[in-house]
Design a protein around this ligand. Structure first.
Ligand SMILES: [Zn+2]
Length: 474
């Protein structure tokens, strides 16, 4: 089975859409609703023509931005975007919640939707959060055309039909819409603060560990979306990474390569109809930290940077699981559990964070879904452990080793250990996040296997962190 695609097909989205349709044996893929992706040194020059293609006339355009000044060649990039929209009736919608980094929470989403009301088109300019907000606002206000101008390659959420929003203080991925066009300005991306690109590399690393969790969830009967075609498409995202990852932070070529890889990742998520391909335990680490920051009203660290650190932890968690399976081999019976006891445990885990119990209830509800699916598919769990060596090999074929993930992060100057994040969680919080991450949502990861095996207690978490330090020290 071959898709016959390359990264160059990003400029021919119809080819990607057709290839996905041809391979969609189970009818699980979503149509690719985005019409164009332009990754170029100067996208402002192309903007008038792009908007004309999707809008068909001059109209009412809202430019959705946050207050951050973005420079390109020393100029105010957002002002240049607005200047390029000559002929349209243009209103700048600056969203500001007073924090250093804008949050996609309900008050901001409501404000955005209200302020784009009546527009013919939205042009968003900025990073992942502003793009996600623009998608939501476009859907809520019924604005037909959305053009997203990408100014950083720190996440992969531009080229998909999802938005990551905060709901009751918990980060949640919701289905929203595809932008009609994504214009990634490579010069702006290359000139962005180095931490942005470093975060993008962190986000990239989920590609080399999350498919392992996705495989586990499929084998245990908890996830029915597992399909090799999406993994093949992911393989295309990784084309040339061995070479371009060495040049990150130096010039346009590697910035463009990272942007292209992240763009295709977004399409894999959007057309695949699931974020599971690229979001396993490493993303749980990031989402849990965000949830804590949101509750405590402290600054969030960059998503991609957290995902990079989480990738090292998730990979180390798998190493520890494999090591312990050799020390004390398990059967499914060793993981058997009482559903109500476990759900109560999940609920209680969040009481330190939110005494009102709201976050605990939200997470415990999702956790219940996962455990109920696991119990309903118990013969699959038994089969998994009965054939452990083969499943371990299949898993390992989908992921990088922990040292390799750490090496790629080092090339991009990305954070590899929790204490390199800005702001950094302390070790106690890091341990709490690792121990409680299985409780956060319905997606099964290696953290669930560790937890149900009794291997995610203090000692177990200590072993994972020791494995991280062993790899980083080597
Ligand atoms: Zn991510």
């Amino acid at each position: 089975m071959s898709l016959g695609l390359t990264l160059d097909d990003l400029s021919r989205l119809d080819r990607i859409d057709a290839a996905m349709k041809a391979q969609d044996v189970r009818g699980q893929f979503a149509p690719l609703g985005m019409k164009e992706v332009l990754i170029a040194e100067d996208v402002v020059a192309a903007l008038p023509a792009v908007l004309a293609r999707h809008l068909g006339r001059f109209g009412e355009v809202r430019v959705v931005v946050d207050p951050v000044l973005i420079r390109r060649g020393g100029r105010d990039f957002k002002a240049d975007v607005i200047a390029a929209l000559q002929g349209h009736r243009v209103t700048r919608v600056t969203l500001d919640d007073g924090s250093e980094v804008l949050h996609a929470d309900e008050p901001i989403l409501a404000e955005a939707a209200q302020r784009v009301q009546g527009a013919d088109a939205i042009v968003s300019v900025g990073g992942g959060t502003i793009t996600d907000i623009a998608k939501v606002a476009s859907v809520r206000a019924g604005v037909p055309v959305l053009v997203a101008i990408q100014t950083a390659a720190s996440v992969d959420g531009f080229t998909d039909n999802f938005s990551v929003v905060l709901q009751n203080g918990v980060k949640k991925t919701t289905l929203t819409r595809w932008p009609d066009a994504v214009l990634a300005d490579v010069r702006t991306i290359a000139e962005a603060p180095p931490r942005m690109t470093a975060a993008g590399m962190g986000e990239m690393m989920s590609m080399f560990c999350a498919p392992g969790d996705w495989y586990l969830a499929a084998q245990m009967g908890v996830d029915s979306s597992f399909t090799p075609v999406l993994l093949e498409l992911l393989g295309i995202c990784g084309e040339g990474i061995e070479d371009w990852s060495r040049g990150l932070g130096h010039g346009l070529a590697s910035a463009e390569a990272l942007t292209r890889a992240l763009s295709l990742r977004g399409i894999v998520t959007g057309t695949g109809g699931t974020t599971a391909t690229l979001s396993g335990m490493e993303h749980l680490f990031s989402h849990m930290l965000d949830m804590v920051a949101s509750r405590r009203h402290t600054a969030m660290s960059q998503h991609g940077a957290q995902v990079g650190v989480g990738s090292v932890i998730a990979s180390a968690a798998w190493d520890v699981f494999c090591a312990r399976m050799e020390e004390t081999p398990l059967t499914a019976a060793d993981l058997a559990f009482d559903l109500e006891v476990r759900v109560a445990e999940a609920q209680a885990a969040f009481s330190v964070l939110d005494p009102s119990g709201a976050i605990g209830a939200e997470c415990a509800g999702r956790y219940r879904t996962k455990l109920a699916a696991l119990q309903a598919n118990w013969p699959k769990v038994e089969a998994f452990f009965a054939d452990w060596p083969a499943h371990r090999r299949s898993h390992d074929a989908l992921v990088f080793t922990t040292p390799k993930i750490a090496d790629y992060l080092a090339r991009a100057g990305s954070a590899r250990r929790f204490d390199a994040l800005i702001p950094a969680p302390d070790e106690d919080l890091t341990r709490w996040v690792i121990a409680c991450c299985p409780f956060m949502r319905e997606r099964l990861t290696v953290a669930d296997l560790l937890h149900l095996a009794g291997w995610l207690d203090d000692v177990g978490v200590g072993r994972i962190l020791a494995r991280v330090d062993q790899v980083l020290g080597a």
